[in-house]
Design a protein around this ligand. Structure first.
Ligand code: PLP
Length: 404
């Protein structure tokens, strides 16, 4: 039986991620990889987690921690998130919070909630490729969310209608975006909110890197700005905030969250019930204990460490990139986005970089919904020591100089 013929049409949009295929090649000795955007395992609060798991599995607590629990998520963790959000300028209640299996699950659910085939999702050009992968399953059309440019909502709307659907949401990661590292100013955030209001669509605010700011002034989340416009009423807000503990405490425990108005949360809870009932109880209890004990000092130490790595990468790029190559200067996060001269192809360069210099990066094309961006690439500085960064950028410089 030729089963691929029976696969649903949505599968034609789901392709193997370039990053995952690439990661298979990175085990060779001497390879310096700036490809995967992952936290440095050396900074995981492993001892605190060991204690938290031990407590959660103690005789008095194991009946709860090993048991099924509610789909909305572990209440003390949702209460912790309510206070965390308050510090970011968002006033919410536990009823506005859903715990998800990483923020990736939230992106999948939001695609499922909003997108019928042919509907339009507004995304950055480039944008987080995991968001495209999640949304692709719901067969949308993508249009470029233009921030700081003059594009009227009528143009977005008529293009969406011509494609047989409506604009359902704008998706963006406003702080230290993956892949560009860029941050939206308050004025740009307000412009996105205005466009969404004119289109009457949702805003999906992906805040994965929000806590990792190394310099510059913090900017309020879109949800906080919108809530202020609506006289504090979260129920009147169209912004849906997706948070995660992956970049600060541990990605392996798969704990993220969504903050939104209660009608949105109720729909997402139905999806959670249908998909996996709830996120693992034990992991939620452990994350809560560790976050409660050390979130602030831990993230302060992380910021210190990642700031030096970012600085090392910016300095090494300055020293080793040939003329015609430009790059972003992020105030936080894990990524620097590099633009090569027109006509250079980053995917072809990667093959040479791996074979000749044992240095890896992610070619930028996979981050563009239209497959453009051939001459771009993403570098991650979070998982390499300063000396490795200096050596890696020397190698990359050699490859680019010879390609120029
Ligand atoms: C922008 C962005 N959003 C969401 C995620 C998903 O993270 P998680 O599911 O671990 O919370 C990532 C992971 O790399 C990301 O870069």
């Amino acid at each position: 039986m030729a089963l691929p013929a029976q696969f649903a049409t949505r599968m034609s949009r789901m392709k193997a991620s370039e990053i995952r295929e690439l990661l298979k090649l990175l085990d060779q000795p001497g390879m310096l990889s700036f490809a995967g955007g992952i936290p440095d395992a050396a900074f995981f609060p492993a001892e605190a987690f060991a204690g938290a798991f031990q407590d959660a599995l103690s005789p008095g607590r194991q009946a709860q921690s090993l048991q099924y629990s509610v789909s909305e998520g572990y209440l003390p963790l949702r209460q912790w998130i309510v206070s965390h959000m308050a510090r970011l300028g968002v006033t919410c209640r536990p009823e506005n919070v859903l715990i998800t299996s990483g923020s990736q699950q939230a992106l999948d659910y939001l695609g499922k909630l909003f997108l019928s085939p042919g509907d339009t999702a507004l995304v950055g050009w480039p944008t987080y490729l995991g968001a495209l992968a999640a949304f692709n399953a719901y067969e949308p059309r993508y249009d470029r969310l233009r921030v700081g440019e003059n594009r009227s909502h009528a143009e977005y709307a008529s293009a969406a209608e011509a494609a047989g659907g409506r604009v359902k949401f704008a998706y963006l990661s406003p702080d230290f975006d993956n892949p560009t590292g860029l941050t939206l100013t308050p004025a740009e955030r307000l412009q996105v909110l205005d466009t969404a209001a004119a289109l009457d669509c949702a805003v999906i605010e992906d805040a994965a890197y929000q806590g990792l700011r190394y310099d510059g002034d913090p900017v309020q989340p879109l949800l906080a700005l919108e809530q202020a416009q609506k006289a504090g009423d979260l129920e009147a807000c169209r912004t849906i905030y997706c948070g995660t503990f992956s970049k600060t405490l541990s990605p392996g425990l798969r704990v993220g969250w969504v903050v939104a108005s209660t009608p949105v949360i109720s729909q997402l809870v139905l999806m959670k019930q249908a998909a996996d009932l709830h996120s693992p109880t034990l992991n939620q209890i452990a994350i809560h204990q560790v976050a409660d004990a050390l979130f602030d000092p831990h993230t302060a130490a992380l910021r210190e460490a990642y700031r030096s790595r970012r600085d090392a990468m910016l300095a090494a790029l300055q020293d080793h990139m040939p003329p015609g190559v430009s790059w972003t200067r992020p105030e936080g996060g894990m990524f620097i986005w590099v633009t090569l001269p027109e006509g250079l192809n980053a995917a072809a360069l990667l093959e040479r970089a791996l074979a000749e210099e044992k240095v890896a990066f992610v070619p930028g094309q996979a981050f563009f919904a239209d497959g453009s961006g051939e001459n771009t690439l993403r570098l991650s500085f979070s998982n390499s020591q300063e000396a490795e960064i200096a050596e890696g950028m020397t190698r990359l410089g050699r490859i680019l100089t010879s390609a120029n």
